[in-house]
Design a protein around this ligand. Structure first.
Ligand SMILES: [Zn+2]
Length: 77
């Protein structure tokens, strides 16, 4: 399943919501990775650890959203 293929499916409000959540989670993850990458070695250890944990949570959330989106899309048949 490629996310781009979803464009060919019929309109569905729930799917649109799931997709929006997925996109937001990915964007959040991406922003956090960029933040960490730019500041690696300059952040205090505890701040780095905290941000790294937040980053991990964003990644897990993005993955959960992707799975929810795929499962919902499969139910469309
Ligand atoms: Zn649907």
């Amino acid at each position: 399943m490629v996310i781009g293929e979803l464009d060919n499916l019929p309109d569905c409000e729930e799917r649109a919501t799931l997709f929006f959540e997925y996109e937001s989670a990915v964007a959040e993850y991406s922003r956090t990775v960029t933040f960490l990458y730019k500041r690696i070695g300059t952040l205090p250890r505890d701040v780095y650890k905290e941000t790294d944990e937040f980053c991990d949570q964003a990644r897990v959330r993005a993955e959960d959203c992707r799975i929810a989106l795929e499962e919902h899309t499969l139910r469309h048949g």
